[in-house]
Each structure stands twice: as C-alpha cells, then as structure tokens.
Ligand binder design. Structure first.
Ligand SMILES: [Cu+2]
Length: 215
C-alpha cells in the first residue's frame, strides 16, 4: 500500500515536471523523456539543445499547416515562430502575433496555422514552438519542415483536441471565449475553410479552438 502510494507520488512528480511534446510536424528529437547524459533540455533556447537534422523534415503546405501538441502543464501561453533556411537559429516570423492562452492540458491540434509571408515550393524552414506558464520561463521545441505545394493538412481524425482544452487569442478588448467542442458532438456552424480571428478552420469536426471576436 505504502509502496503504491510512493509509486503514485513519483508518477505525479514526473508528470508535473513534464513539459510538452510536438506530435506534428515531427519534432527534431524526443526532449521530454531524454536518456541519461543527454544535453537535450526544453528550457534551452532556441530548440531545446537539439540540432537541425536530428529528426525528420516534414512537408508542410505553403499557406500553413497543422500543428499538434501534447501539453502537460495545467495551462500555457503558446507561441509559434518560423525561421527560414536549412539550419536557422533566427525564428523571426511569428505565426502567433497575438498570444495564445491554452487553458487546461492534453492534446491540442491547430488545423491550419497561417504563414503570413510568401514561401516557395521546396523552401526549407524550421518551426519553433514555445510555451510559457506562470513563472514566465519558456520551454522550446523545434520541428524542421519543407514547404511543399503538394503537402496536406492533417485530416480531422488526426487533428483533434482532447475534451476541455481550449485556446484563446489574447490581446483583444472584445474578448469572447467560445467553449470547446468535443469531437463527438455536433460540428460548429463554421464552414470548412472559414477564417476566424486569423486562424483557418480547416475542419469543423473536432474543432476545439476558441477565438476572440474581432481579432
Ligand atoms: Cu514542465
């Protein structure tokens, strides 16, 4: 009994220490559960200490693609930045010009994160995904991509959120939070491809992304 309690406490301690993982596009390397002696550390700017080429490079649509994360902290601010080139450390294009506040934790999938600049077929780039919480300290992971006109978004079966997780774009005076829509309930009325608050709703089913009106 005591042994189980200790094991459970240890498991919770592990969970509390867990940061986040990038499920799509493929991150450079596992940085959550790193082997002994590894330098990989999500606190390390800009990419958790993981060099380009450590993982797979994913084809991503020219107009922006899907991003799927598993967040372990109770809540997070989420920032996504883009840098061009085969091996950049300059992530100077923000894909989240307004801070995104993710309430709760679990899997969150953004169906299409728009790219605000022109990109060409075959262009190499990297995504930097940053979360921060109440301490203000940030966690980092990167994913290497190739922009491809033939690349697809994740379909609605793959790009779905855990129930209860919501994301709100911060910084509007007319903030209005929309509740999360569980995957199995009636799809919201937004038509596929509708742009709300700068995010393109590629899939109505499974949409659990809340938007601030007027952004
Ligand atoms: Cu953590």
């Amino acid at each position: 009994m005591l042994k189980n309690t200790v094991a459970l406490a240890a498991a919770f301690a592990q969970l509390a220490n867990a940061h986040f993982l990038v499920q799509y596009p493929s991150w450079r390397a596992e940085t959550l559960d790193v082997p002994e002696g590894s330098d990989y550390d999500q606190w390390a700017y800009p990419c958790a200490g993981v060099p380009t080429g450590a993982g797979n490079r994913t084809d991503w649509p020219l107009t922006g693609g899907s991003i799927k994360l598993h967040l372990y902290h109770p809540w997070s601010y989420l920032f996504i930045n883009l840098g061009f080139g085969a091996n950049t450390t300059n992530f100077n294009v923000s894909l989240t010009p307004n801070i995104v506040n993710v309430t709760s934790n679990g899997v969150i999938c953004l169906p299409q994160v728009p790219v605000p600049v022109n990109v060409s077929d075959g262009q190499l780039a990297s995504l930097q995904i940053v979360t921060s919480g109440s301490t203000g300290a940030a966690l980092y992971n990167c994913a290497d991509i190739t922009f491809r006109s033939s690349a697809q978004l994740l379909d609605s079966n793959e790009c779905r959120n855990d129930t209860d997780i919501t994301a709100v774009i911060v910084g509007s005076s007319s903030a209005a939070e929309t509740p999360a829509t569980p995957a199995e309930s009636t799809p919201p009325s937004a038509a596929p491809g509708t742009t709300v608050g700068g995010w393109t709703l590629a899939a109505a089913v499974g949409l659990a992304f809340a938007f601030v009106a007027g952004v």
